[in-house]
Design a binder for this molecule. Structure first.
Ligand SMILES: [Fe+2]
Length: 351
């Protein structure tokens, strides 16, 4: 809920707290939707401010719900990967149901206002990375006009894109520091292994397979395993490669500092045309913001708050509701600051 002065009150907002006049008479009940008539009535009744429901908070609730579904899927991922190694069609179908559950949730209720930046560090990096890549691919696919079975297939391909890593020695996967040429060549085989694991099943379409096999191809032809170029690379793989890189650099690893959301975003934009398909990068720009609504952030002046609104075309300069002052260590009466109008203020970190 937030306080709004009557002069700023607009139609189609929901009154969050009932309003009474000085005699205690109810003027308007909480839950009422504002219309021009309601606003005029309140004005005539000499009401100066009201409390209204806050969309930003609804978005935060949606994020929490997605987090729950995500954790649930995450817990089942070791089982999903193991089952897929058996080569048994029935096991594959069972695994797919677990993934479909997550995808169904995203398709039905998910908002693109998700936090793509990994806030917590998990032990099972590979699994969380797979799920985040799948979720992001699902949102990006939706933006590209995908729906139904095709969108599900894309998300499954995103979640399973690195399944071949199961066959790579863990010393290479978890090595801190730079890989030797030999180790890197061994790591590169994970796309081939992934293809071999998945192609055994009738359940998976050719598109799912290509998403897995080609996710390290680059738009300019310098990727692997085949060195495919431009639209020779399947569309699934062109989508997944963007999501893969973004979620990988946004994650905390023991051997390197993660990119800030801004740096990760810039990395994708700068790879347009070289690593990534420019048309899909353009869609990426239109789909995701650097700091989604509800992200808790710390500003360069020490104030803390959360994102309540975006400035279109300026994905790293949202509007922040400041609620806490770290200099005085005190909560403060909330106020909003627009980073587009205060260019000396920047987001220092996500908290
Ligand atoms: Fe990979």
């Amino acid at each position: 809920m937030k306080m709004v002065f009557l002069r700023e009150l607009e139609p189609d907002q929901i009154i969050g707290k009932s309003v009474y006049n000085n005699d205690g008479k109810l003027l308007i009940k909480s839950g009422t939707k504002t219309t021009r008539e309601v606003i005029n009535f309140l004005r005539k009744s000499m009401v100066f401010f009201v409390y209204v429901e806050d969309d930003a908070l609804d978005d935060i609730k949606i994020n929490e719900e997605l987090d729950k579904v995500k954790i649930n899927t995450l817990n089942k991922m070791p089982e999903v990967f193991d089952e897929l190694l058996t080569g048994d069609e029935k096991s594959a179908e069972k695994s797919i149901d677990i993934i479909y559950n997550l995808v169904d949730y995203i398709v039905a209720d998910g908002s693109t206002n998700i936090n793509l930046y990994e806030l917590k560090s998990y032990d099972e990096y590979t699994y969380i990375h797979c799920i985040d890549t799948g979720i992001m691919a699902c949102f990006l696919g939706k933006s590209l006009g995908y729906g139904g079975e095709r969108l599900k297939a894309l998300s499954v391909s995103g979640i399973l894109h690195d399944i071949g890593k199961i066959k790579i020695p863990s010393e290479i996967i978890n090595k801190k520091g730079k890989l030797t040429e030999e180790e890197f060549n061994a790591l590169k085989l994970h796309t081939q292994y992934g293809k071999e694991i998945i192609e055994k099943y009738k359940t998976f379409s050719d598109n799912v397979l290509k998403g897995i096999y080609e996710h390290h191809e680059k738009y300019d032809g310098t990727g692997y395993p085949l060195g495919l170029k431009g639209k020779e690379i399947s569309e699934f793989a062109r989508i997944i490669s963007i999501c893969d890189v973004f979620t990988a650099v946004s994650a905390n690893r023991s051997y390197r500092k993660r990119f800030t959301p801004n740096e990760a975003y810039e990395l994708i934009l700068s790879g347009s045309g070289s690593s990534f398909d420019p048309d899909i990068v353009q869609k990426f720009r239109m789909t995701f913001f650097v700091y989604p609504i509800g992200s808790c952030v710390k500003l360069s002046n020490g104030a803390e708050g959360y994102v309540v609104k975006q400035n279109e075309s300026f994905p790293d300069k949202p509007i922040i509701r400041v609620t806490y002052d770290t200099v005085t260590s005190q909560p403060i009466s909330p106020y909003e600051v627009n980073l587009m109008e205060n260019l000396n203020l920047v987001i220092k970190e996500v908290i």
